[in-house]
Design a protein around this ligand. Sequence first.
Ligand code: T46
Length: 140
Amino acid sequence: MSVQQCELVEFPKIEDQRGNLTFIESGRHIPFEIRRVYYIYDVPGWANRGAHGHAALRQILIAINGSFTVHLDDARDQRVEHLCAPNVGLYLPPMIWRDITDFSEGAVCMVLASDFYDEKDYFRNYAKFRKAVESEKDQW
Ligand code: T46
C-alpha cells in the first residue's frame, strides 16, 4: 500500500436555506461495507491520536466538526492532509501509519470502519509496522 492510495472522497452536499445535508451510502460512496462507526471528540489542543497502522482494516476519517491534520506514512513515503469539511472524507487502506494532530477546539473526527474493533489488527510499534511492510514487499 502507498500513501498515494489514501484518497480524499467528497460526499454529496444538499444545500438549501435551512442549511446543509450530507449523506454517505455504504458500498456506494465508500469502497467497503461499514461495520463500525466511532468518533473522537473533546480532544485537548496538546493531544495527538493514532500513532498506529492496521493490518487489514479500511477506514474513512471525516472532520464532522472543526479540523485536524492527518500524517500518513507507508514506511517509504509520507503525506499530510488537513481535514476541515464535513462532506469530505479521507480513505485509509490497510498498512498506512497515521498520526492525527492539531485538533481545533470542538473538533469531531468521525470514522467509518470496514470491520469491528480488533486489537490484533493494530501495529502500535513503528519498527514492527516497518518490518511488516518490508516482509510484504519481499513476497511480491
Ligand atoms: C484509528 C484512529 C483514527 C475500542 O474499544 N473500540 C473501538 O472501536 C476503538 C476505535 C477503540 N477502542 C478502545 C481501544 C483503546 O483502549 O479505545 C481506546 C482508545 O483507542 P486508540 O488509542 O486506538 O484511539 P486513537 O484515537 O488513537 O485511534 C483510533 C482508532 O483506534 C484507529 O483505528 O485509525 O482512531
